[in-house]
Design a protein around this ligand. Structure first.
Ligand SMILES: Nc1ncnc2c1ncn2[C@@H]1O[C@H](COP(=O)(O)OP(=O)(O)OP(=O)(O)O)[C@@H](O)[C@H]1O
Ligand SMILES: [Mg+2]
Length: 236
């Protein structure tokens, strides 16, 4: 096996096989993302993008393969313990607690319940700031996405996985989200971002992987891949 301790990648995943029950959705997916970098994960509906995020965050177990974080395997580390290792996750669905207020959705994960950490994200998204007292279940899908993004960015983790951040989100807020990602990568943070919005993803990603039927069908640095070949992955 490759000696990962000599590479500068923050996160590596090798030959990831995972799925649900006896059904394997991912059939050997590999990739990596270095400090201060963004890896974009592309693919049509149902190819296994969310399943990959679940496998990388420990939400589902690996059947084989490995996930390496800062040179050490975390394949056996429980999902909640990965957050303590500096890994945060904004899932595609059920991203907020509908029964809680917007404010409580933000602070619930932080024992001190402090609000200062949310200031810069809330400044970017005044729509969320205006709704702090409202029940989160009453937000639109796009607003829930923004709330989830405000929360995950405020965790200021070394690695953040975000599943389809653009879903239902207006262009001006997408640009603000991109700005937040750039601020964090400038500070050395890494991101895994699943997207079908190629313009948004291309503005951020240093490299891409594309999935089809649970396999990696494209793996390339942003400088080596055209927008057309990325679009082709979504249309074949
Ligand atoms: N909880 C689950 N239990 C069983 N099968 C599942 C589960 N979640 C997803 N699947 C199946 O796994 C396959 C991949 O789904 P996944 O959600 O990973 O795809 P995706 O690429 O994220 O799709 P989308 O673009 O629609 O979000 C699909 O066939 C899906 O039906
Ligand atoms: Mg998905």
């Amino acid at each position: 096996m490759k000696d990962v301790s000599t590479t500068s990648y923050a996160l590596e995943f090798r030959g990831v096989v995972a799925g649900y029950g006896d059904t394997m959705v991912l059939r050997g997916v590999s990739g990596e993302v270095g400090p201060g970098q963004v890896i974009g994960v592309l693919g049509r509906n149902g190819v296994g993008k969310t399943t990959l995020m679940r496998a990388l965050t420990g939400t589902i177990p690996l059947s084989s393969g490995d996930v390496i974080w800062n040179g050490e395997s975390i394949a056996g580390v429980a999902a909640h313990a990965r957050r303590k290792l500096g890994i945060s996750y904004a899932p595609q669905e059920r991203m907020v607690f509908d029964d809680l207020s917007v404010a409580d959705n933000l602070t619930i994960g932080f024992p001190d319940r402090g609000f200062a950490r949310f200031e810069s994200a809330l400044k970017m998204f005044p729509r969320i700031k205006e709704r702090l007292a409202q029940q989160a279940g009453k937000l639109s899908g796009g607003e829930k996405k923004l709330l989830s993004v405000c929360r995950v960015f405020s965790e200021r983790s070394a690695l953040t996985l975000i599943d389809e951040p653009s879903e239902g989100v207006a262009q001006e807020n997408l640009e603000r989200m991109a700005e937040l990602v750039r601020q964090r990568t400038a500070e050395g943070a890494s991101f895994v971002i699943v997207e079908q919005n190629i313009s948004f993803l291309s503005s951020l990603a240093d490299h891409f992987i594309a999935l089809d039927h649970g396999e990696t069908v494209l793996r390339a640095a942003a400088s080596d891949v055209s927008k057309e070949s990325l679009e082709a992955v979504l249309t074949v």
